[in-house]
Design a protein. Structure first.
Length: 584
């Protein structure tokens, strides 16, 4: 590469590369379990329908948190916040498309922090949002899944093609319509994604358990996220006629139109293209609602069985007495509540999540806590339990006092939030849940101006069917507002993250040459002006290979290695630019 070239490098990010310390082997292991879209539809949470013996036994092994809340009721921002220890407003991730590395390139995730103290961090399944696995967090590249069978009946692909062909020309689903929302294949557990991942995680648990270094093993379950596909034997655990089906739900009156979600997630699936919106007169037919509820519960039981296999392996390997176990869900889910199907609101049903923490020598094992906690609190809590330093950048609070005494409060209110675009305007709803109330303050996203309020009384029941913001005693709203403002002052934001392309006027062309001198395959992500990774244009570059891209001055590229040792951000500043990636 002798041609005259220059490159403006926005960032050269140095990663923690897990190193041993003298007492590393004495530290407890961490088994870190995430379950997608899991509301507290669990026996130990009082759900008389759910068949969840393994989650129930995990509850007896640790502390069950009955009032745990996510930061945002949708996958990407919820997980990014939890894993970085930063509130969404401090991280700059509120929606699905933005990778947290573009919002805050120097963020340090929980596994990265643990690697600093001698831990080997290994991941399986969905820990970060699906498109953003963040290889920098892990000690080893994430292993690919084996090939799995198509879990739907013969003719399903043709059904999808026929349905897609009938959609309007500009309907985005025309090229990405998904298979049916439910499925009950006659397949073994490990021939579906979560079962296959569980066996891989167990293999790693056994391997890592023999090593001198402590491990941080993360297992992320995709179910009960759509599509609700589980082996038929888990469907057979339930009698459909006994399942709760909500047919007389209403929208809470006196609330802003943008408080609700539109049920769009389910309309991605071929059998639910025309699912009614909550505000429409038409409702989901009772037989369809019963099928969806049946499918959801079957998936919960399927994942419960896989968690049981993990816990069994931990016991069989003699690791249980020296392993912290944490299990969490990224948000809840509506099964017809408020005429809704999905998540993506600030209501209790979407914000409240199951949370279990078990640890060696825990004197409160088997107890439940009604104290208010946030998923953000897991970062400092795990540090305390592992006996490692807590970073000074985290926004959460350690739950160690609650684990020592389940009646001990660590916060007066739990905050969650949700971004909404409605009729050309952007809003952010901030919700604070106290032991007695939930206040939702809606603001203009770009200015911070208050646009609406909701207040719900939780002293006797939790349905949130009556907005009492106008009729409640003023001091109730004032007190909750003051508590909310401590962590979320009123100010404007922009969705565009720190790292985004900014093409020069006239789009001046440039050639970007990338030479891979590292020992790992590189992934090259073009970043859009909105800060998204342009995945259709992602390129791969094997060791020793060189690639030249047709680009433009002001464009931005993220270069990551599969082994997590490279994370660089580059923007060509001249017509010919060269990046030589050497790795670490």
């Amino acid at each position: 590469m002798n041609a005259p070239t220059r490159l403006f490098s926005l960032l050269g990010f140095a990663l923690f590369s897990g190193f041993g310390i003298s007492q590393a082997a004495e530290r407890p292991n961490v088994l870190f379990i995430a379950v997608d879209d899991l509301r507290p539809a669990i026996g130990c949470y009082g759900d008389a329908i759910a068949v969840t013996p393994n989650l129930d036994r995990l509850a007896k092994r640790g502390v069950q948190f009955n009032n745990a809340y996510c930061q945002v009721a949708v996958c990407n921002p919820s997980r990014a916040s939890l894993m970085t220890g930063l509130r969404p407003d401090n991280l700059g991730v509120w929606t699905l498309p933005v990778h947290f590395r573009e919002a805050k390139p120097d963020a340090v995730t929980i596994p990265q922090w643990f690697r600093k103290f001698g831990y080997t961090a290994v991941s399986h399944g969905k820990i970060f949002h699906n498109p953003t696995p963040d290889p920098q967090s892990w000690s080893e590249p994430i292993r690919p899944l084996p090939s799995l069978p198509f879990p739907y009946p013969k003719g399903t692909r043709e059904l999808i093609k026929e349905a897609a062909a009938k959609l309007p020309a500009r309907d985005w689903r025309k090229k990405s319509l998904r298979p049916p929302s439910t499925g009950a294949p006659e397949l073994p557990d490990d021939k579906l994604l979560d079962g296959a991942r569980t066996l891989m995680a167990i293999d790693d648990l056994r391997r890592l358990g023999q090593a001198p270094e402590p491990f941080f093993l993360a297992m992320g379950y995709i179910r009960p996220h759509l599509a609700w596909v589980a082996p038929k034997k888990y469907w057979d655990l339930y009698e459909p006629a006994t399942l709760p089906v909500l047919t007389d739900e209403t929208i809470t009156p006196d609330t802003p139109a943008y408080a609700l979600h539109n049920n769009s997630e389910l309309t991605h699936y071929v059998d639910l293209i025309d699912l009614p919106r909550p505000w429409q007169e038409e409702t989901v037919a009772e037989d369809k609602a019963r099928q969806l509820a049946h499918a959801y519960y079957a998936c919960v039981s399927y994942v419960d069985a896989q968690i049981g296999l993990l816990l069994d392996a931990l016991d069989e390997e003699g690791l249980a007495d020296n392993t912290i176990i944490v299990l969490w869900s990224d948000h809840g889910w509506k099964l017809g509540e408020y005429r809704g199907w999905g998540k993506m609101t600030n209501y209790e049903i979407d914000a409240r999540v199951p949370l279990f923490i078990a640890a060696p020598g825990l004197q409160t094992a088997g107890q439940q806590s009604d104290q208010l906690v946030e998923l953000l609190d897991l970062y400092p809590t795990l540090c305390d339990l592992a006996g490692i330093d807590k970073p000074d950048f985290v926004d959460g609070r350690s739950l160690l006092p609650v684990l020592e005494n389940v009646e001990q409060a660590v916060r007066e209110g739990a905050v969650n939030q949700y971004y909404r675009r409605w009729e050309g305007r952007e809003y952010m709803g901030y919700s604070i849940r106290s032991q007695e109330y939930r206040l939702v303050e809606w603001r203009d996203f770009t200015t911070g101006e208050v646009t609406a309020r909701e207040l719900y009384d939780h002293r006797s029941e939790h349905s949130e069917k009556e907005n009492i913001a106008e009729s409640a005693e003023p001091q109730v709203v004032e007190g909750l507002t003051a508590e909310l403002l401590k962590t979320h002052p009123r100010k404007g934001f922009s969705l565009v993250p720190t790292v985004h392309s900014n093409p020069a006027p006239g789009r001046l062309e440039a050639k970007l040459t990338i030479a891979n001198h590292s020992e790992s395959e590189l992934f090259i992500y073009p970043i859009t002006p909105l800060g998204y990774r342009s995945r259709p244009q992602t390129r791969k570059l094997k060791p020793t290979e060189t690639l030249t891209l047709d680009s433009s001055i002001g464009s931005v590229y993220v270069i990551e290695s599969a082994d997590g040792k490279v994370h660089q951000i580059h923007s060509p500043a001249f017509p010919e630019a060269v990046v030589e990636v050497k790795g670490h």
